[in-house]
Design a protein. Structure first.
Length: 289
């Protein structure tokens, strides 16, 4: 991965693994130059998020297709428990039964999809990038690849923006365009004409804050987890390169095992939190202020 062919330093290793496989809209390999650059997109995040999304939908469809009224198998029973959990959460915050017929499956899909994307963090750090180097790129310089889509801010903000679009949709559907429009200027300070500008400004701030925090929370936790796995991988790499320091090898195994077991809770909890906030925000879209 280093330019001269020597083993990378710790900084070079982490910097390389934090670089996305980026392309511009002419489908050429490029690197993002600024903090925000809409001329490029993270091709690795798009690939993995799409594949995992299709896998999540396929598994749920497959279980629903094969479900029967008799004694369920272990996998069907697990999915039924998951469906019942999501349905109960949806009923607790969304009291419109007709809306729940759409929002419930959306929340279930969001949970499973995000769980799958988070779970990519459990794979060995160098496994998929190495496969890509050996069988596709044939050049370590081009083996930029991050395999955890939720550790990419563009992915998590896209998800939260989609939730915001659903909030707007149900706000108009439930309250009508006029009713929701009036709510935007009449709350939270009161239905007085001189308060309309302040009310509208507060509503805009609330929508932006919810959307940004919704996406940033998931991104921050998964990015931190990904970085910890890279640091643990460096311990094993240091031992493998030097052949000395058995403590590094032992630390690599112990730290990797402990962090992996703890991370199972993290990836599940983050998927659940994102799903619950989705339900809460959509439930608020049904409530009148």
């Amino acid at each position: 991965m280093a330019a001269e062919g020597h083993a990378p330093t710790s900084g070079e290793y982490i910097t390389h693994h934090l670089q996305h496989w980026q392309k511009n809209f002419a489908f050429e390999d490029v690197k993002q130059t600024g903090l925000v650059d809409f001329s490029v997109f993270n091709f690795d995040s798009l690939i993995y998020s799409t594949v995992l999304g299709l896998l999540a939908v396929f598994i749920l469809w497959r279980v629903a297709r094969k479900a029967h009224a008799g004694v369920p198998g272990r996998f069907q029973a697990a999915i039924e428990i998951l469906v019942e959990m999501v349905d109960n959460q949806a009923k607790s915050v969304i009291h419109n039964e007709k809306s729940r017929k759409v929002i419930g499956p959306v929340a279930l899909t969001v949970f499973v999809w995000i769980f799958f994307m988070n779970a990519m963090d459990m794979l060995p750090v160098d496994w998929l990038p190495t496969l890509f180097t050996n069988y596709v790129a044939h050049d370590a310089h081009h083996a930029y690849q991050r395999v955890v889509p939720t550790a990419d801010l563009s992915t998590t903000l896209s998800l939260s923006t989609f939730v915001l679009a659903l909030v707007f949709f149900y706000s108009v559907k439930i309250k009508g365009l006029g009713g929701w429009g009036h709510e935007l200027i009449a709350a939270p300070f009161g239905d007085k004409w001189f308060l309309y500008p302040a009310n509208f400004a507060m509503q805009v701030i609330e929508f932006v804050a919810k959307t940004v925090s919704h996406g940033m929370r998931l991104f921050g936790n998964m990015f931190a987890g990904e970085l910890v796995f890279m640091l643990i991988a460096l311990m094993g790499g240091g031992w493998a390169l030097t052949g000395t320091g058995i403590g590094l090898a032992i630390g690599h195994v112990l730290a990797g095992t402990v962090w992996t077991l703890f991370h199972i809770l993290v990836i599940t909890l983050q998927a659940f939190i994102f799903m619950m906030l989705t339900l809460i925000y959509l439930g608020q879209a049904h409530d009148a202020h």
